[in-house]
Design a protein around this ligand. Structure first.
Ligand SMILES: Cc1cc2nc3c(=O)[nH]c(=O)nc-3n(C[C@H](O)[C@H](O)[C@H](O)COP(=O)(O)OP(=O)(O)OC[C@H]3O[C@@H](n4cnc5c(N)ncnc54)[C@H](O)[C@@H]3O)c2cc1C
Length: 259
């Protein structure tokens, strides 16, 4: 992975819960996307917009606590290396979290330090979980809003295959207006779940996971589960207990912790 600085060149409100920020920088030409859920690390600037220069992991750890910039993980929604740009879709969940707060107030020309995978340093896939084997016949995705950017990037990448595979997707979002348009094909079953104000995070995803019927035990299934930590644990446990599912085919990652 490489550390470098980028600059905000565009900001777009996608929906009530999403802001898309486009970053640009010379070093973007060396960034690599091994899979559509490729993530990177952001070092959130100070409140006045100034950035603490981060040049290495050990140097980062040596920052005094009151100066060390918060580090957060985000998905590269789209990389356009040829024009040195990439997008990140931020979930805005108020101003309690430094990343959400930064995204809400970000302006063109604001700077951001990042740590991203690079073509030269990361030759084998890393920083991603979506790596289905070529013989996977039936793909499943369970995602909340934080994993929606990765999920839409996965859907877009699969839509390019000829033919696109059998894919079942559940995405849980905070509001009806957060439902975004994406690719469609015959074997894609995409269900949007809108959370009610009294629902626990990921509860609708968990309920949906229990509704899945896996009738054909010979079919190679592949699962990608990314959401709030507790929901991920419950969904993963549910599928792990089904005897005809290969446990190694269940990819799961907590995208955030409800604290
Ligand atoms: C591999 C990976 C990829 C990710 N990709 C994206 C992405 O593309 N877009 C994206 O928006 N997020 C993404 N996330 C999730 C993001 O890193 C977390 O939501 C992160 O905690 C946000 O940091 P923060 O500084 O805003 O809040 P924090 O300082 O981490 O948390 C502050 C408070 O906000 C709460 N909180 C954090 N996130 C949320 C949320 N989404 N909704 C409600 N409350 C929340 C916490 O429980 C805490 O109480 C990804 C995470 C991982 C691991």
């Amino acid at each position: 992975m490489r550390f470098f600085e980028v600059e905000v060149v565009n900001k777009q409100i996608l929906s009530p819960s999403f802001i898309r920020i486009t970053f640009k920088g010379d070093a973007v030409k060396n960034m690599v996307v091994h899979a559509p859920d490729q993530w990177l690390k952001l070092f959130i600037p100070n409140e006045d917009g100034s950035v603490e220069k981060v040049i290495g992991h050990n140097q980062y750890l040596k920052f005094p606590d009151n100066i060390r910039p918060p580090m957060r993980t985000y998905t590269i929604r789209e990389l356009r290396s040829e024009i040195l740009e990439f997008d990140i879709d931020f979930v805005v969940h108020g101003d309690e979290g430094p990343a959400s707060r930064w995204a809400i107030s970000a302006k063109i020309h604001d700077k951001m330090q990042i740590r991203a995978h690079s073509k030269s340093a990361d030759k084998t896939p890393s920083g991603c979980k979506w790596l289905p084997p070529s013989d996977a016949e039936n793909l499943y995705i369970f995602a909340d809003e934080t994993a929606m950017p990765a999920t839409l990037a996965i859907i877009e990448s699969l839509a390019k295959l000829k033919p696109p595979p059998k894919l079942t997707v559940f995405i849980e979002v905070p509001t009806e207006e957060d439902i975004l348009t994406t690719e469609k094909w015959g074997q894609l079953k995409l269900t949007w779940l809108v959370r009610n104000s009294n629902d626990k995070y990921g509860e609708k995803l968990y309920e949906s996971s229990k509704s899945i019927e896996l009738r054909n035990s010979k079919e190679n299934t592949y699962f990608w589960i990314a959401a709030e930590k507790n929901a991920v644990r419950k969904i993963k446990m549910h599928f792990s207990q089904i005897s005809n599912i290969n446990k190694k085919s269940i990819m799961h990652i907590a995208y955030w912790i409800n604290s």
